[in-house]
Design a protein around this ligand. Structure first.
Ligand code: SAM
Length: 445
């Protein structure tokens, strides 16, 4: 059977029926079947986001400025778990109706810094690494605009990912939160310039305070807070801002939760920007126009990637009954660079592994839209180790032309890939000599 697939004979729906004739008739849970079908494969080699000394800086800041004096000598997780649990509930249940100014309250600022900043920084690092966006921004100082910056989470990730001099403008309704982030950035990168603008992003008066154009525009976990009932949808607002404020050759990095709402907010923005601007999508899309999920609100596009939780995130997870063992997020990275010809063998894994009866399926997205890879369940791990072990969001090269595959009474575009191959990851930047020791000292003047 493997040979049939490897030679790529007949990639249409009849394949599986033919393959079934040859497959070993093993009982579903028999040892032999489990040995052949082994879904637990060694993970693909990948660079993991490296937070270096950032968790220590965050803890020190919270202990010194946001922990009540009576609790300064208690474990941070015990002191801040309750506020974290409340904040986490607000984010998951009612994100669009968050109480105004929630990021100004010290207890929420503390919880956010200890938990959501490390997870957010790791997420943005993943996005920066996987999109390859920094390769388009080398060799120049970067003017950075961080929209809805909170404690500068996305900027902190950028500061860890590049050595380029940074001139940062952050905009948020919560000045106190931006000040937390600015204090931490100053320790991480004493050479960075930081300007804070507090105000409502949707208010023209706030945006009038911006000056010039920016090489990198970041917006993390903010677009999903945009009101739905408004005469200025987020995608309109952003298109106008980019037209005025994105420097030639610049890039936009958008990150949102892995929810249906967060993902579809980015899909709306994607569809709008590809009509309104000449920007090229660097990630996650592989060239499909329009997005195959634009009209399909049942499904949404998000990634799930591994990371190493900082010690305090693990303790807080235990305290509130969560487990952020992986990073889940939606993202969109665009840049003012020429659009390359799409590679029709390149696919993004956009679904988890699915099994039904004897069949293994996995959704991928490529230049021609969404496709499903199908295999005999017991054989999938052997024929496609990369496809069965890929994380959602990985890019794979999958040779072979998709065809109509039978599914139930209908059909969908798919194929039995001959052999998937992981795409090389961009190299991680070499760490600074001294950055792993918490932070660099301010240079002596
Ligand atoms: C969930 S936090 C994200 C903060 C940060 N970008 C991050 O990724 O951690 C959302 C931030 O957006 C800010 N925000 C939401 N709507 C805003 C608006 N209309 N004007 C200014 N700030 C806004 C909030 O104050 C908050 O700091």
């Amino acid at each position: 059977m493997a040979a049939t697939i490897a030679k790529g004979r007949g990639l249409a729906g009849t394949n599986l029926r033919v393959l079934r004739l040859f497959r070993l008739r093993l009982r579903p849970n028999s040892l032999a079947r489990r040995l052949i079908w082994s879904p637990v494969q060694p993970p693909l080699p990948r660079p993991m986001p490296d937070l270096l000394g950032l968790p220590d800086l965050l803890e020190a800041h919270v202990r010194a400025h946001l922990t009540p004096p009576r609790a300064r000598h208690q474990p941070l997780a015990a002191t801040h778990a309750e506020a974290l649990s409340l904040l986490s509930g607000l984010f998951t249940q009612a994100r669009v109706s968050l109480p105004a100014g929630y990021m100004t309250q010290p207890r929420f600022r503390a919880a956010y810094l200890l938990y959501f900043v490390p997870t957010g920084v790791a997420t943005v690092l993943h996005v920066l690494q996987r999109s390859g966006v920094l390769a388009h921004l080398t060799g120049r100082p970067l003017r950075v605009l961080d929209l809805g910056s909170g404690p500068l989470t996305a900027t902190l990730a950028l500061a860890l990912a590049t050595d380029a001099p940074l001139d940062v403008t952050a905009v948020d309704a919560a000045r106190q939160s931006m000040e937390d982030g600015a204090a931490i950035l100053q320790q991480l990168r004493p050479d960075a310039n930081v300007r804070l603008i507090d105000g409502n992003l949707r208010d023209g008066k706030t945006l009038h305070k911006l000056s010039g154009q920016y090489d990198v525009i970041l917006a993390a976990h903010v677009m999903n807070e945009w009101p739905s009932q408004t005469n200025r949808p987020a995608e309109d607002w952003l298109a106008r801002l980019l037209a005025e404020r994105l420097a030639p050759g610049g890039a936009v990095v958008l990150v949102e939760p892995a929810t249906r709402h967060g993902s579809h907010k980015l899909i709306d923005i994607r569809e709008h920007l590809t009509l309104e601007s000449q920007l090229t999508i660097l990630s996650p899309c592989m060239g499909s126009m329009p997005c195959p999920l634009a009209e399909n609100t049942r499904d949404w596009c998000h990634a799930e990637q591994p990371w190493q939780r900082p010690r305090l995130v693990t303790l807080l997870d235990d305290a509130i009954g969560h487990r952020r063992a992986t990073l889940k997020f939606s993202h969109l990275v665009l840049a003012d660079v020429p659009t390359p010809e799409p590679n029709r063998q390149l696919f993004r894994v956009i679904g988890g592994p699915m099994t039904a009866g004897d069949t293994f399926r996995r959704y991928l997205c490529g230049a021609d839209g969404r496709r499903v890879a199908v295999a005999e369940r017991h054989d999938a791990g052997r024929v496609w180790p990369e496809l069965t072990t890929a994380w959602r969001g990985d890019a794979l090269v999958v040779p072979g032309a998709p065809a109509e595959m039978r599914r139930g009474k209908g059909s969908e575009p798919g194929w039995v890939p001959q052999k998937a191959r992981p795409v090389e990851m961009p190299q991680r930047r070499p760490p600074f000599d001294d950055r792993s020791a918490v932070a660099r000292k301010k240079p002596r003047r």
